[in-house]
Design a protein around this ligand. Sequence first.
Ligand code: 15L
Length: 268
Amino acid sequence: MRVLVTGAAGSIGQVLTVGLVDRGHEVVGFDRVPAPDGTDIPWHTGDCADADAVAAVFAAESLDGVVHLAGVPDEQSLPDSFVSHVVTTAALLDAMVEHEVRRFVYAGSNHAVGRTPRPADGELVTIDHRPRPDTFYGVGKVAAEAVMSLYVDRYGIDAVSCRIGSFQPEPQTVRQLSTWLSHDDCVRMVEAALTTPAPGYAVLYGISANTRAWWDLAPGRELGYEPQDDAETFSSRIASRPEDEVEASYVGGPFVTEEFFRPALDRS
Ligand code: 15L
């Protein structure tokens, strides 16, 4: 497939670009910053919140799909979060409709359901749990999923939101022994979301096959995502910390704590 990757210069973008090319896909990069040194793919520098910049990319490239990773991966004010996650998603979907590009894969986040409490032992957080954001970041991710759902219903495109856990080379904390997404599994996940036949609107939890996982991997498996890595491999290297208990109580871990409580709007 020939795929536009937004946020291609970011941490996930760089791993994914190489991984998708290795798997035989053609990747076009799109980011606010120029291509990192050594990048050898077509590249567009611009902001995907800018509909004109997005339109110019789609006019220049013939595409089969979009992988939308761009967006600030952390807490911001509500308006900034809206632009970062919702406006960018809408701008890309509008261009996809205009150019008849059918497949959209989104870097959603566990923080869309971050306020979901950990269920009883042996039970999983499923994709049927209601949207329950833990931050304005999470609100932005929920709203971006809503825009995707609207475009699937209106225009019949296929859109998959991968609610990513903790994308790291290795897990760093006790929480991440449950929530880790390895680099290789990230590539497997996105390739499955790009190539699975006719998913319509779909959501999956983007984690590896972690022994301590408590988010449901079945929706991803139904789309062909078979994770291969397990954070448990690294467990002996992870020191416990006092905050581990609170971080284990909700999907969103540290994002549910009072440290993140703030007004929605910045005031000058
Ligand atoms: C995310 O979605 C964030 O982008 C990242 O900063 C981490 O908080 C990660 O989730 C996580 O939950 O570990």
